[in-house]
Write a protein that binds this ligand. Structure first.
Ligand SMILES: [Ca+2]
Ligand SMILES: [Ca+2]
Ligand SMILES: [Ca+2]
Ligand SMILES: [Ca+2]
Length: 591
């Protein structure tokens, strides 16, 4: 056992303890464990300027008293969390030179790149302060000559992840000063205690890193546009002793756009993204958007980059619209009218939504056309997500109706839940189901998938009329790419199917539900059309080209004919059949 007492210049503490390896030597008698030492962070080897040192019996007796003292107040440990609604992510371009600290430290590459920048607010919700102390005496810190001060390299981990939970972009943030930035509860001490010279976070206080600080980002360069999740995890390696690490991860679904390369398709009032369902989401970008000459101010502001949506209300009643997941400070306005000059305001929103996104509500009238515009506050550009009634199809009885032999719908299930009596979709314990109904217009195979979702989905398809009496038709967990779901139903014309999209592992987000002809080609049937001819029914996506090959032994294959599938199902006759022989067929898609 080694226990060091370090004289401390801080006026609030008379001395500090450097404790390590308390299990050693007489540990079985002392029962010392780091986890019991609430309020003290474990530190490594003693500092070189240690002036006072005890060891042996004196230290043992002293430590028993110390542990006894802390055992009495054992529940008092810090507990760090990341406040998810303070992130406010924004996409920016930065150009770093090779000799800048960001490049030298490894959190940026030299040259012009795109970054997703964001705030992080780390709160200490535990009963005790997080005490890091003087970084010179804490081996979690290393001195970085570039910045001229100490860094704590694993305080937080930043990552942008796909639906499979795989990082597509990663941040290399180094903490350089843990301190009391803001008090979040009135029961906390009124004054800050910790600063860059003597670091920590008081109970009830938060340490805030503003998005403008170095390395507060993940590098988006090369990330494909789409739906992702930003994950911020504090104390990812557990170096800091705290009450719980299960609450250390904050997740935020967001949409990423590509570099600006031209006006978006819905830049102008007359070319909006059309939305017709009661619950629906759509995505766009204001990065290259413009303001039309006759366009008015929106939400009273002189904006320059607007994108337009048009929603035809399928039913009357209250409607909620949000821009949650957009990567900039949005403005949202809804109008009625058929041209710029004739618009009348229905509702506006600025910062009423989650983080700095917008949220509004109004009472809609069935079959009425609503013109919706999204712009950036102070003309901030970025990726746009617009949601109509997000999560309103949470309950089976509130199913959203889908129509047509093929289509796609996007949505948000973060506010959805599991109902009493709800079946376990794909035999997995789901938490955030949303429901759809689709009546098949024809007989034949139909593929349903959730490709394009940003979380690990499950998909289940039922028939029936009551939630607790549904008949399972098909279900799937991971047959799609990146833990999305995909299954094929042999649908009957006129039959109504109920679809549930759910999340695995309490991680909901943006989903996409697609339906149509199966994209995996297959032979459905072979019919002998005459004594010397057969016909094969080949099913697949319209437009696919196949090389049909034949074999007598399933080993050696020869090209037979090349065909194009024009409408999803094709009949291929083979008059060359040898009734006495055996012939195998296969279809190879031509890129
Ligand atoms: Ca925690
Ligand atoms: Ca515009
Ligand atoms: Ca539900
Ligand atoms: Ca899955």
């Amino acid at each position: 056992m080694k226990l060091y007492v370090i004289p401390d210049a801080s006026p609030r503490t008379r001395f500090r303890f450097a404790i390590f390896d308390l299990r050693a030597s007489r540990g079985s008698q002392a029962r010392c464990e780091r986890s019991r030492l609430g309020g003290f962070s474990p530190v490594g080897p003693p500092p070189s300027n240690l002036r006072t040192r005890w060891s042996g019996l004196f230290a043992f007796v002293f430590s028993v008293q110390l542990v006894a003292a802390f055992h009495f107040g054992r529940a008092a440990t810090p507990d760090l969390i990341i406040r998810p609604d303070a992130l406010n992510p924004t996409v920016v371009e930065r150009n770093f030179l090779t000799n800048t600290c960001e490049v030298i430290e490894g959190c940026a590459e030299a040259g012009l790149r795109r970054y997703l920048i964001f705030n992080t607010e780390t709160r200490n919700i535990g009963a005790a302060d997080l005490i890091m102390g003087d970084p010179r005496f804490n081996t979690n810190f290393v001195f970085v000559s570039c910045h001229g001060h100490y860094h704590f390299s694993t305080f937080a981990d930043y990552r942008l992840v796909s639906s499979a939970g795989l990082p597509v972009a990663h941040g290399n943030k180094v903490g350089f000063c843990l301190r009391d930035s803001a008090r979040f509860t009135t029961t906390a001490p009124p004054s800050p205690r910790y600063n860059c010279d003597y670091q920590g976070i008081q109970s009830g206080w938060a340490d805030i890193y503003d998005a403008s600080l170095p390395c507060q980002w993940v590098d988006l360069t090369g990330v494909a546009p789409g739906l992702y999740v930003l994950e911020i995890e504090v104390n990812p390696e557990g170096r800091l002793t705290e009450t719980s690490r299960s609450n250390n991860l904050a997740r935020m679904s967001l949409v990423v756009d590509g570099p600006c390369s031209g006006a978006p398709a819905n830049d102008n009032f007359d070319s909006p993204i059309l939305m017709t369902r009661r619950v629906e989401s759509a995505f766009s970008s204001t990065a290259c958007a413009t303001r039309e000459p006759e366009e008015r101010n929106h939400t009273g502001r002189n904006v320059t980059n607007t994108v337009w949506f048009r929603w035809i209300a399928p039913v009357s009643g209250n409607v909620v619209m949000t821009t949650e997941g957009s990567t900039f400070d949005t403005l949202l306005a809804v109008y009625r009218g058929t041209n710029h000059a004739g618009l009348t305001s229905v509702a506006t929103g600025n910062n009423d939504g989650d983080r700095w996104t917008s949220r509004l509500s109004f009472t809609a009238t069935s079959n009425t056309v609503y013109q919706i515009v999204v712009a950036g506050l102070a003309n901030a550009p970025g990726a746009v997500a617009l949601h109509v009634n997000p999560g309103r199809n949470d309950a089976f009885s509130e199913r959203t109706t889908l129509e047509g032999s093929n289509g796609s719908i996007a949505g948000l299930n973060t506010s959805a839940s599991r109902e009493s009596g709800e079946p376990s979709h794909a035999n997995l314990p789901g938490t955030n189901s949303v429901w759809f109904s689709w009546q098949s217009p024809t007989n034949g195979p139909v593929q349903f998938d959730t490709v394009g979702s940003n979380f690990d989905t499950v998909l289940a398809i039922y028939t029936g009329t009551r939630l607790n009496e549904l008949t399972l038709v098909a279900s799937d967990n991971d047959s799609g790419p990146s833990r999305t779901s995909r299954t094929v139903v042999h649908a009957m014309a006129g039959t109504t199917y109920h679809l549930a999209v759910d999340a695995v592992g309490y991680r909901p987000g943006f989903f996409r539900l697609n339906w149509g002809a199966p994209d995996s080609s297959r032979f459905l049937a072979i019919v002998a059309s005459s004594a010397s001819e057969i016909q094969m029914n080949l099913q697949g996506s319209p437009g696919l080209i196949y090389d049909l090959q034949t074999s007598a032994d399933l080993v050696s294959w020869t090209n037979w004919i090349r065909v194009t599938n024009l409408n999803g199902i094709m009949w291929i006759p083979d008059p060359l059949i040898d009734p006495a022989g055996r012939r195998y067929y296969r279809a190879v898609t031509v890129p």
